[in-house]
Design a binder for this molecule. Structure first.
Ligand SMILES: Cc1ncc(COP(=O)(O)O)c(C=O)c1O
Length: 399
């Protein structure tokens, strides 16, 4: 059998410590490795595979569109891109769409749009306030936008114009706002930062502040959008509407795509301001259309809410059993388990050995981001494995 890790270290840039398993196929909420070992997948391609692996709606759309038309460039009208834009507008509070290829590209577009707004309507204001613990992508600008100093350190000088302030603190945003500010950019719930849930009234206060100052509110819903929190978009849970919203991850059900959406008044790009070779191509647009349509028609967000509540109840029981769990938190199917010490990797390995994939989101925390189609039975199975895995760690004497 080929030694895949060896090939990886020989040919692939080493930017991540990979989990020692080579995945070769998937179906629903399950994946199999190259020795045919089965795993229950509570990572879901990093909150991407909202319909699970190889869902027929996704596979059929890929196959049909691949046989029809894949790439044309944005110089031409194409049907899937326009159907997707219409579907997103008709099901959100936003009015205009630009389709791109990834999360960071959607966020780059959002920042360009906010700066354009600043230059046209706010006397050249260009600064964007973001929060500590946020993650917005890996381009240079999104590295600067992300509130994580470890990400900043290797790449000086970073683009200017991003002010990272304390998360979940309206006074921090207020004090950072100046005549140079054109927007505030937030994740409704910080995902990569550890599933950090804001106070119930935080987003409302930020919305009010943006209105008071005439600046834009950008919501990065790359992780929280497309049903993850139990509603189609995260903003619906907080009683606010963003001026600009970005999507990716779940949008394509497994294929790479991103989207930038804006309210009419914030949609200030004019001819020549923005473009993308692959953005809005028929292939990815058709797949995203099929994915979002399925999510809406089958109330997949409702399943995420229901199963998410079931998962949370089960995790609270686990917390009462394993004293080294300090907190379980989440909304819908974006959930974290935090420990009183840095046993995240150990817990991940113990789960892996028993056939469950989980994500170590911080040294002391696991994140559960399964496909949104999972059932209570699959949650029971995952909880069983987590319980055994944590018991094995407990036996080793974790305090
Ligand atoms: C909230 C958020 N924004 C942006 C990104 C970046 O998306 P991508 O990796 O597609 O560039 C991510 C990825 O994890 C994310 O969670």
């Amino acid at each position: 059998m080929t030694n895949w890790p060896e090939l990886d270290s020989k040919y692939y840039m080493q930017t991540i410590v990979r989990i020692p398993v080579t995945l070769v196929r998937g179906a629903g909420a399950r994946v199999w490795d190259d020795s045919d070992k089965e795993y229950l997948d509570f990572v879901g391609g990093l909150a991407v595979n909202c319909l699970g692996h190889c869902h027929p709606a996704v596979v059929d759309a890929v196959t049909e569109q691949a046989r029809t038309l894949m790439q044309t460039s944005l110089w031409y009208y194409t049907v899937p891109m326009l159907r997707l834009a219409e579907l997103l507008v008709q099901n959100s509070c936003l009015d205009k769409v630009f389709i791109c290829n990834s999360g960071l590209e959607a966020n780059e577009g959002a920042i360009k749009l906010a700066r354009r707004y600043g230059s046209l309507k706010l006397n050249g204001a260009y600064e964007v306030i973001t929060t500590m613990g946020s993650f917005h992508g890996r381009s240079l600008a999104m590295t600067a936008a992300s509130g994580n100093l470890k990400m900043h350190e290797p790449y000086p000088p970073l683009p200017v114009g991003f002010i990272n302030v304390v998360n979940n603190d309206i006074t921090a945003i207020k004090s950072a706002t100046t005549e140079k500010t054109c927007a505030v950019m937030l994740e409704p719930i910080q995902g990569e930062g550890g599933v950090n849930i804001p106070a119930d009234d935080y987003l409302k206060m930020v919305r009010n502040w943006c209105d008071e100052k005439g600046i834009l509110l950008i919501l990065d819903e790359i992780q929280t959008g497309i049903g993850r929190l139990g509603t189609l978009f995260g903003y619906q849970q907080y009683g606010i509407e963003p001026d600009i919203m970005t999507l990716a991850k779940g949008l394509g059900g497994g294929i790479p795509i991103g989207a930038l959406l804006a309210k009419e008044r914030a949609s200030v790009f004019t001819l020549g301001d923005h473009n993308s070779t692959f953005g809005g191509n028929p292939l990815t647009s058709a797949v995203a259309y099929a994915t979002v349509k399925y999510v809406i028609d089958h109330n997949i967000s409702g399943n995420a809410k229901k199963v998410g509540q079931y998962l949370m109840k089960a995790l609270i029981i686990l917390k009462n059993k394993h004293h080294f769990i300090t907190e379980v938190r989440g909304r819908g199917l974006l959930v974290a388990i935090e420990f009183n010490s840095d046993i995240g990797s150990e817990a991940l390995t113990a789960c892996l050995e028993r056939g469950l994939l989980v994500n170590r989101v911080k040294p002391n925390a696991l994140r559960l981001i399964p496909p949104l189609i999972i059932s209570d039975r699959e949650v029971d199975e995952a909880i069983d494995i987590l319980d055994q895995a944590l018991s094995s760690i407990g036996k080793k004497g974790v305090k």
